[in-house]
Write a protein of this length. Structure first.
Length: 293
């Protein structure tokens, strides 16, 4: 029986940075509050909560006067920073540097589009924290689309377009939407009023090809990821596209024994929000389950 953990799966540097900042602050013995999960992984959040991390909502900021509040790797809109400062909280800004650069690009895009009556289009999940942080840079004037259908419904082909993407979107979807933009604007690719910037994080896009190769090598694949992880859902679909025996689990207790029946090789991989220790725990459980057969 071969059981292999993908060495390239696991936290990206943005998540590592945010967790390190939380751990450093927690080491001082004071509680730290986070507005939403630092990482879309229940098991890792439980570990941090045991160290003294608490979840809070924006509406609770006023009662957190003097407390430490962490801004996640996803970033946040300027209005939230202002509200937190007014409430007198100690801010720990763990915005990923890649996201911070993208926020700056969103502002630059709007500076170009606004005088021309153009549109800033963000390919991203509506309501996702990173997207909320991005649209907040330009007073929510961006058009957020999730699909080619949204593009056709919400974006005016007669006006200039500047498209960027949430960092964790799939390169495939980004290409589809980019092609659809050129198909719908006058003059197609020669239209000088279209700017498209591929802003998918390389920590994510580089994993697509790698995971295809990894997942295709095993009889069964266990993809470990939180249900809320946008990046996890996209990478899981990639594994599943090359190996129908790919199963998504949040924790080792979700493994169904019949998935492993007849398998002589099992690959374990995950998202940029999946802790290594969790994949190792999954490997241990697989070892026990297959050892009993
Ligand atoms: S996926 Fe990329 S942009 Fe997002 S937190 Fe990780 S390193 Fe930063």
């Amino acid at each position: 029986m071969i059981i292999e953990i993908d060495e390239k799966s696991g936290f990206c540097f943005g998540v590592v940075g945010a967790i390190s900042k939380a751990e450093e602050s927690l080491a001082g013995g004071e509680p730290v509050y986070t507005l939403g999960d630092i990482v879309h992984n229940r098991m890792e959040m439980e570990r941090l909560e045991e160290l003294g991390l608490h979840r809070a909502t924006q509406n609770e900021l006023d009662r957190l006067n003097g407390c430490s509040v962490l801004i996640r790797a996803h970033g946040a809109p300027p209005a939230l920073f202002a509200k937190a400062r007014a409430a007198g909280v100690r801010l720990i800004d763990a915005t990923c540097p890649v996201v911070a650069r993208l926020q700056k690009l969103a502002r630059e895009a709007w500076d170009i589009m606004e005088p021309r009556g153009g549109q800033v289009v963000i390919l991203g999940k509506k309501g996702h924290a990173e997207v909320v942080g991005l649209t907040g840079q330009i007073d929510d004037k961006a058009i957020v689309i999730e699909s080619v259908d949204d593009l056709h419904n919400d974006v005016d082909p007669g006006k200039p377009i500047y498209m960027i993407s949430q960092t964790t979107k799939s390169p495939e979807l980004f290409d589809q939407v980019s092609r659809a933009i050129y198909d719908m604007v006058p003059g197609g690719r020669d239209n000088g009023d279209v700017i498209i910037k591929d802003t998918i994080c390389r920590q994510v896009s580089s994993r697509y090809e790698h995971l295809k190769e990894f997942a295709s090598r095993f009889d069964a694949v266990l993809f470990v990821s939180g249900a809320e992880s946008s990046n996890g859902n996209a990478l899981y679909r990639i594994c599943r596209s090359v190996n129908a025996h790919t199963y998504k689990i949040e924790s080792p207790d979700a493994i169904e024994p019949q998935w492993l029946d007849g398998a002589s090789s099992i690959g374990i991989c995950g998202a940029t929000s999946t802790p290594k220790w969790l994949m190792e725990r999954v490997a241990g459980v697989v070892q026990e389950m297959t050892g009993q057969r």
